[in-house]
Write a protein that binds this ligand. Structure first.
Ligand code: FES
Ligand code: FES
Length: 161
C-alpha cells in the first residue's frame, strides 16, 4: 500500500506516493534526490539526518513517511541556501573553521537554523543544549559554538521567528 502526500519542501510543493512506513530519510534522499541530508547511524543517535518539519527539528531516520502530515512544511539543508539566516550561518561556519570532515554539518546547521529562528539571542549553554543530539567526531564543538554565536550576532530580522 502507498499513501499520497503533498509537502512543501524548501519552499516547493512536491508530491510523493510512498509506503507509509518508508523512512522519511529515504524519501528525501532516494525518492526526492535531496542528498544533503545524511545518514550516520540510522538509529537516532547522531543527528546527521536532522530536518525541520513544521518548525520542529526531527530525526528523519526515525520518522516514517506516514508520520509527516499532508501539507507539512519541510526544510532540509538544501533549503537553507534560500534563506538569509541560512546564508549567515553558512558563512559563519566557514569563517570560524567549524567543519572538518563535514559529515555532521548538514544536520548540525539545520539544528542551528531552527534554534536561531526561535531564539537569536541564545547563549553558548543554550547552543550546546540545542545541539546535544548532533554528534561531531572531529571538531570538539568549540568552533561550531563560536560559529553559531557569530551568526546569532548577525541574525537577519527577516529570519527571526
Ligand atoms: S542517521 Fe538519524 S540520528 Fe543518525
Ligand atoms: S566535522 Fe567531521 S563529524 Fe563533524
Amino acid at each position: 500500500m502507498k499513501i499520497k502526500r503533498t509537502w512543501i519542501i524548501n519552499g516547493e510543493k512536491l508530491e510523493a506516493e510512498v509506503p507509509p512506513m518508508r523512512r522519511f530519510l529515504d524519501v528525501l534522499r532516494e525518492d526526492l534526490q535531496l542528498k544533503g541530508t545524511k545518514e550516520g547511524c540510522g538509529e537516532g543517535e547522531c543527528g546527521a539526518c536532522t530536518v525541520i518539519v513544521n518548525g520542529e527539528t526531527v530525526l528523519s531516520c526515525l520518522l516514517a513517511a506516514g508520520q509527516v502530515p499532508d501539507g507539512a512544511t519541510v526544510t532540509t539543508v538544501e533549503g537553507l541556501e534560500k534563506t538569509l539566516g541560512g546564508k549567515v550561518l553558512q558563512a559563519a561556519y566557514i569563517e570560524k573553521g567549524a567543519a572538518q570532515c563535514g559529515f555532521c554539518i548538514p544536520g548540525m546547521i539545520v539544528s542551528s537554523y531552527a534554534l536561531l529562528s526561535r531564539n537569536p539571542t541564545t547563549d553558548a549553554a543554550q547552543i550546546r543544549e540545542a545541539h546535544a543530539g548532533n554528534i561531531c567526531r572531529c571538531t570538539g564543538y568549540d568552533k561550531i559554538v563560536e560559529a553559531i554565536q557569530s551568526a546569532a550576532e548577525q541574525w537577519p530580522v527577516e529570519a527571526k521567528g
